[in-house]
Ligand binder design. Structure first.
Ligand code: TYM
Length: 413
């Protein structure tokens, strides 16, 4: 479903290098609602709307902000701090420090992430996957990648099984194109590999009441019962590594913050079932191109750049993108632009610029020495080049789909 990222998410009056406090106020209690909803925003696994205040999300969801201690752990293990961490694109976590200690002591660890194949993949979806590949390369961890085709069929009354199957296949090509290690990565398509998930999902389902699920996911009387029964299926891969390895095995889940309700539910029952609580690292959302605070949505193609977009389409989307610029060139030169309220700036900062380039872009923009056309032309150039390369890898991926499938069970068309 659609995800939205408002630019105020990223805003800070001191500039883009937002200083994050270390706060260890985790609240793993499941009694409250894990949906975050207030007057200006709503974040659930299926809906992200409005102006998101990420600091408030940390408090509401009871997660921890990423601290300098986490940076130090990463430096010890990987020798550096990935830009997505340094720029606070990944801003929050649960038990990441515990997971990193396991990595430091050479314990076997797994990564787990996923995709709900409701449409084609856009650049926002790629962000956690690119970061996951980096972690896999650095940690040598195995990765489980789940495609929740069941969830996306159930969620939309309009979608047929065939449409979802088509998107599942197309999305698998994107996943493989990201470059995950074929020897250390297994893709789980729920309807294909359900027999491996179902026994664990049953154990999970038995331990979660309807009133908990309703509080966590916001189910109502009009929610179809398939959706109500679905969450244990997304929780199951958190425990699959322990079954595969024959002992409790630490798992880290990189994803945007919208998926957190699943993990909160899962963490609540993990230890009772004899497993580690799965750790998470949460990202922000890549902002919509269309408006400030508007939606980035697969169903609104003009808001996002898709991995299958043609160069002319990218040019068109970027040239009509919303920016933080003034109404005229003269005003822009006089007052400068609002970089922090500009999706083009954030796309460039998170995806393409290095930190130095981005900081310089910021200063030039706010001081009136940069026009929106220049940033748009940089974004169009970089996006076209990135998508061109990705498309080549997508083509090649067609030959290795079965190799990535869980237990070598081929994806069925
Ligand atoms: P889905 O398909 O909605 O999203 C896939 C991944 O992309 C993240 N994401 C975004 N990240 C940045 N900017 C955006 N605009 C944006 N939109 C989405 C999501 O947080 C997610 O990481 N139910 C899940 C599928 C799933 C899953 C998982 C996801 C199954 N198991 C484990 C993460 C981890 C879903 O529909 O994701």
């Amino acid at each position: 479903m659609s995800k939205e990222a408002s630019d105020s998410n990223h805003q800070n009056s001191t500039g883009p290098d937002i200083a994050h406090k270390s706060a260890r106020d985790e609240n793993d209690s499941i009694s409250g609602s894990s949906n975050f909803e207030n007057n200006s925003s709503r974040v659930t696994p299926w809906e992200v709307e409005g102006q998101i205040d990420y600091s408030k999300l940390v408090k509401e969801f009871g997660t921890q902000q990423i601290s300098s201690q986490i940076f130090e752990q990463f430096e010890r293990i990987t020798g550096d701090v990935h830009p997505m961490l340094r720029l606070h694109y990944f801003f929050s976590h649960r038990d990441l420090d515990v997971f990193l200690r396991k990595v430091e002591s050479d314990d076997k660890t797994y990564l787990y992430t996923g995709r709900g194949p409701s449409g084609m993949v856009h650049m926002g979806h790629l962000m956690p996957w690119i970061f996951t590949k980096y972690l896999q390369d650095k940690f040598g961890s195995k990765l489980l990648f789940q495609l929740t085709d069941d969830e996306k069929f159930l969620h939309s009354q309009a979608r047929t099984r065939d449409e979802i199957k088509h998107f599942t296949y197309e999305n698998i090509l994107d996943i493989i194109a990201v470059g995950f290690d074929p020897n250390n990565t297994k893709i789980i398509v729920d309807t294909t590999h359900i027999k491996h998930l179902y026994p664990i999902a049953l154990e999970i389902a038995k331990r979660i009441t309807f009133s908990t699920a309703r509080a966590v996911f916001g189910f109502s009387g009009s929610t179809n019962i398939g959706m109500v029964g679905f969450p244990p299926i997304q929780a199951a891969p958190c425990f699959l590594p322990s079954l595969i390895e024959g002992k409790p095995t630490p798992v880290l889940i990189p994803a945007a913050i919208d998926q957190d309700p699943y993990w909160r539910m899962t963490r609540d029952i993990a230890e009772k079932m004899g497993f580690y609580k799965p750790a998470q690292i949460h990202s922000k959302f890549l902002p919509s191109l269309e408006t400030q605070g508007g939606k980035m949505s697969s169903s609104k193609p003009e808001t996002a750049i898709f991995t299958t977009d043609e160069p002319e389409v990218i040019d068109k989307k970027v040239s009509s993108a919303y920016t933080g610029g003034q109404a005229t060139v003269a005003l822009q030169r006089l007052y400068g632009g609002n970089a922090l309220g500009c999706p083009v700036f954030w796309y460039l900062r998170y995806f393409f610029d290095d930190q130095k380039e981005s900081d310089e872009r910021f200063i030039k923009c706010v001081s009136g020495n940069l026009l929106c056309g220049e940033c748009k032309s940089d974004l169009a150039r970089d996006s076209k080049s990135f998508i061109r390369d990705l498309k080549m890898r997508r083509e090649k991926a067609k030959d290795s789909v079965d190799k990535y499938m869980f237990e070598n069970e081929p994806f069925k068309f």
